[in-house]
Design a protein around this ligand. Structure first.
Ligand SMILES: Nc1ncnc2c1ncn2[C@@H]1O[C@H](COP(=O)(O)OP(=O)(O)O)[C@@H](O)[C@H]1O
Ligand SMILES: CC(=O)N[C@@H](CCC(=O)OP(=O)(O)O)C(=O)O
Length: 330
């Protein structure tokens, strides 16, 4: 009797899931071919399980017809390695002071480690991802930002051709924020800045910043001040007001740059929340902070899926157990 009840529960959960997937059809039609730039910050990569879920969600987006392009950070991994090598870590205005040794470590960690780990994790689901640095295909050309910061670059040019080719060939580009300079040397670029400029250059539909907080707070010390939406003008005012602390400054600057260049939406989302990407992209509710060109339009992207992903999320905790119980049945 107990077994029959369990079977019924499984059937009910399965039917719910099937209904949710069936409801997804019109949305999938709308989304096909759209490019979404996802900036995956080092701060949101810390938990291995959540990291694998983020990879899984990105693969799901690819499989339903979106074109995700990933720009990743890894600032904390660079600092860890510098510490292990006894190289002093110093930031000025949120940017890493990057001497020649620090530049070597940045290249090693971002392109050799973080980039390749993400590619490996995505490719566990099929041969889906290609890892590149800004130097590949001349994608990011940089100039020195300021002599004080050493090899920190500001973006001089983005050549979108190579990234567009990778997307056209149906791969997910995974881009490290290391650039080649006009002087022939390497430059360390803040990954947030790369995300906005790449999104603009490839004509992305959205740029989404996955970070470790729920979005942009008007006052970071007041947890009730989370902003759900703001216009690009308001975002610019916030930057100029000097009220933002480091971390958010390059993100918001990058959002503004992307929107001014014609990207329709920028989002700041907590990448440590399970399935935040699906919640943002597949539900009306949305999560985090959205930055829009003008006042948020309620009808924008009203989603035929309704609460698909929130339901998915509710089911999530139990689904692992269900899968395990199915596999262990014999
Ligand atoms: N107004 C703000 N709203 C939200 N986060 C803020 C704000 N001001 C500063 N921050 C900081 O920005 C951090 C995210 O940026 P960062 O640490 O660079 O992460 P990432 O690795 O995702 O780029 C948050 O953890 C938070 O400490
Ligand atoms: C110039 C500069 O500061 N570059 C960053 C690049 C990595 C990055 O941006 O990583 P997150 O997205 O995880 O912060 C750094 O060296 O930390």
């Amino acid at each position: 009797m107990q077994f029959a009840r369990k079977q019924q529960q499984e059937l009910r959960a399965g039917s719910e899931m099937a209904a949710m997937l069936a409801e997804a059809t019109p949305w999938i039609k709308t989304a096909t071919g759209k490019t979404v730039v996802i900036k995956y910050g080092g701060s949101a990569m810390v938990d291995e399980r959540i990291r694998q879920e983020v990879m899984n969600d990105i693969v799901l987006l690819k499989l339903i017809g979106l074109n995700p392009a990933i720009i990743h950070g890894g600032g904390n991994a660079i600092s860890d390695m510098m510490g292990r090598l006894d190289i002093p870590v110093e930031f000025k205005g949120g940017l890493r002071v990057t001497g020649d040794e620090a530049m070597d470590v940045t290249r090693m960690v971002l392109t050799g480690q973080v980039n390749q780990d993400l590619v490996r994790d995505l490719n566990r689901h099929g041969n889906l991802a290609v890892g590149v640095s800004g130097a590949d295909g001349g994608t990011i050309i940089a100039k020195q930002m300021s002599p004080d910061l050493g090899r920190v670059g500001r973006i001089a040019t983005i050549n979108a051709g190579f990234v567009n080719e990778v997307i056209a060939a149906d791969y997910i580009p995974v881009i490290a924020s290391v650039a080649l300079g006009t002087d022939g040397g390497y430059y360390n670029i803040n990954a947030d800045m790369v995300a906005g400029d790449i999104a603009a250059a490839i004509g992305a539909h959205k740029v989404i910043f996955l970070t470790d907080v729920d979005g942009l707070y008007r006052d970071f010390s007041d947890k009730d001040s989370l902003i759900s939406d703001l216009t690009v003008d308001e975002a610019e005012e916030m930057i100029q007001s000097g009220s933002l602390a480091t971390g958010m400054i390059p993100k918001l600057r990058s959002c503004v740059a992307a929107l001014r260049a014609g990207v329709p939406r920028a989002h700041i989302v907590n990448g440590t929340t399970p399935h935040a990407l699906l919640l943002e992209l597949l539900t009306d509710a949305g999560v985090g902070t959205v930055i829009t060109p003008t006042q948020a339009d309620e009808s924008y992207e009203a989603h035929p899926l309704g609460n698909f992903a929130s339901k998915l999320n509710e089911n999530y905790a139990s689904s692992d157990d269900r899968v395990r119980s199915i596999w262990n049945r014999e």
